[in-house]
Design a protein around this ligand. Structure first.
Ligand code: G6P
Length: 364
């Protein structure tokens, strides 16, 4: 992959289109079928440390933070280690307790974001173990961390992150599988996740083939005054990232909420001019999510669902292929990148360089 536009009108479109290849690259050479695990050459974390750590804390900004949220869920699900993600800027300013039994992970496309770098430096000064999940090889965060996983998304030029976000989530899938197999994840589950990871490139290509349908929807959603994005657990980070993406490129106001919190406030905003995008993976929360669609419909809200099958209560459903439930967030975000892109295009926005934003924020 190169800086050549390769027939695309924008880098954002090019980078969305490259995702099947990019995911193939982050997986390549890392899967170990014999032990149903993965090899992460630069991780620099031995099995004893992987077994004895008590928590994982993931730090990043913007889309990197959202990819970290998916990462935290994957680590909790596959490795059963308590994990959470926090904006690096919040972490560095709140005088957080630095715990010797916690593994800290800094996430960054550029590896140069100042807030994330400053959080790493503060952690290192206090003797913490810090790894990086970084795209740019040899970047400041890659150098200052003790080791980590390269994301191998290739160069990302558009200010808003698409392929690097997806690849970072996949890199966390690898890391979670690795930690899980050192701890208590069974061989059978390891094999199941590996099979799921291997399916991703073809499934991404399949999702991207729905672009024409999403383009039509975007012409309609471009008229929205504001948009809500909701999801539960695995769907929630997807909602967060999709909402950010839409805001960044289209300048339409958008809010993301856990679907379960809708009734505690944001339901008051629902009306025909404020459509909702709902993420409904086919997991044990599907019924709860369907009830949310009913709550929205009862307030005359329009709904776009991203799901594994048509949703009766939704005005439109974008159907994505099924994978393993743990990996669902990776695929479900991709059609919403296209939604943000085509909405911005319909509104004539400067897609690769949205106003007021920079690709990497290297100052405080
Ligand atoms: C900027 C960009 C975002 C990006 C964030 C973190 O705000 O506009 O798209 O997600 O920085 O960047 P990083 O390079 O650390 O992933």
């Amino acid at each position: 992959e190169s800086y050549d536009m390769g027939g695309h009108d924008t880098y954002m479109h090019k980078e969305i289109a490259e995702q099947a290849d990019a995911v193939d690259r982050v997986l390549r050479g890392r899967i170990d079928d014999r032990f149903a695990t993965v090899h992460l050459g630069g991780l620099n974390l031995d099995a004893r440390e992987a077994r004895t750590m008590r928590r994982v804390k993931i730090l990043g900004c913007g889309s990197a933070y959202h990819a970290g949220m998916i990462g935290a869920q994957l680590i909790e699900e596959l490795a059963r280690i308590p994990a959470d993600a926090e904006p690096a800027s919040e972490f560095r300013y709140r005088n957080a307790v630095v715990d010797p039994d916690t593994l800290y992970i800094a996430v960054s496309q550029s590896g140069e974001t100042y807030d994330t770098l400053a959080a790493v430096q503060e952690l290192k000064r206090k003797g913490a173990r810090v790894l990086g999940v970084v795209n740019v090889v040899g970047s400041a965060i890659a150098r200052e961390t003790d080791g980590g996983v390269y994301v191998h998304a290739g160069p990302e030029v558009c200010v808003v992150s698409t392929k690097c976000f997806t690849n970072t989530a996949v890199a966390f899938g690898l890391l979670a599988l690795h930690l899980g197999r050192i701890r208590d994840l069974s061989v059978a589950d390891g094999k199941r996740i590996i099979a799921g990871l291997r399916k991703l490139p073809d499934q991404i290509a399949e999702v991207l083939r729905a672009e024409g349908e999403i383009e039509k929807l975007a012409a309609d959603y471009a008229q929205a005054k504001s948009m809500m994005f909701v999801g539960r657990v695995r769907g929630y980070p997807v909602a967060r990232e999709a909402s950010l993406k839409l805001k960044e490129v289209s300048y339409i106001h958008a809010e993301a909420y856990p679907a379960s919190e809708l009734k505690h406030g944001p339901l008051a905003l629902i009306e025909p001019a404020v459509p909702t995008v709902a993420i409904l993976p086919d997991d044990d929360l599907l019924d709860k999510n369907r009830a949310t669609l009913e709550e929205i419909k009862a307030r005359s809200g329009r709904i776009l669902a991203v799901a594994h099958q048509e949703q009766e209560k939704a005005d439109h459903t974008i159907v994505v292929p099924r994978n393993e439930v743990e990996l669902d967030p990776i695929l479900m975000g991709i059609p919403l990148q296209l939604l943000a892109y085509h909405t911005a295009l319909a509104l004539g926005r400067d897609i690769d360089k949205p106003r007021n934003l920079a690709k990497s924020v290297t100052v405080e």
